[in-house]
Design a protein around this ligand. Structure first.
Ligand SMILES: [Fe+2]
Length: 199
């Protein structure tokens, strides 16, 4: 019997060290230590000239991610609504509960400082109808089993991860043992024929 999978939930991942060292250095001044349980979030970075090459790289990969899914972007411009760097508290406890980035189309991470002792992202099944009617799961499922309700991602410095903005994601509790820093972004596709704003 043929087995085919439709309506997938793609997550793009590659390791790119070309921007790693320079991004760590450039983001240093945007990081502030914060209290237990928190993470420090920087200002918006995509309009800052020293991040121009990184922003172009992320933008191109994000475009390709949407294009490969079959979306016709010829009538759309892509805009960064947010692009910021964050570092979890060295005192530990940093985390993010499960969330989506509403009113955006493509999101992602570029990991600058992480290890097997730090937090990592977890993605959850975005199919509301599937979640509503989900059966109990077997133990030791493969990552590719379509019944999975979540997927853990082990990450290393230089990892770029891109996903549709509707994908629920979280960051598990960080113990503050080693630095955990990454850039997060959200992109919105806006129709080129968008009408005049309402005053
Ligand atoms: Fe997020």
């Amino acid at each position: 019997m043929n087995k085919e999978v439709y309506f997938g939930s793609p997550i793009f991942k590659e390791n790119n060290l070309n921007f790693l060292k320079s991004s760590v250095l450039k983001t240093n001044k945007y990081i502030k230590e914060t209290k237990f349980g928190n993470s420090h979030h920087s200002e918006h970075l995509s309009n800052i000239s020293e991040f121009k090459e990184l922003t172009q790289y992320i933008g191109q990969k994000s475009f390709e991610f949407l294009d490969e899914q079959g979306f016709d972007l010829t009538e759309y411009n892509l805009y960064f609504t947010e692009m910021w760097v964050q570092e979890f508290s060295k005192k530990g406890g940093g985390h993010h509960d499960t969330h989506v980035h509403g009113n955006n189309h493509v999101s992602g991470f570029y990991f600058l400082k992480c290890s097997d002792k730090t937090s990592y992202p977890v993605f959850h099944d975005p199919r509301g109808a599937a979640v509503m009617s989900k059966l109990p799961l077997k133990k030791n499922l493969n990552a590719t089993n379509t019944g999975n309700d979540l997927i853990h991602f082990n990450v290393k410095p230089g990892d770029l991860i891109i996903f549709n903005s509707y994908m629920p994601h979280q960051f598990v509790l960080d113990h503050g043992k080693e630095p955990f820093r990454f850039i997060h972004w959200n992109i919105q596709c806006v129709h080129k024929k968008i009408g005049k704003e309402i005053n």
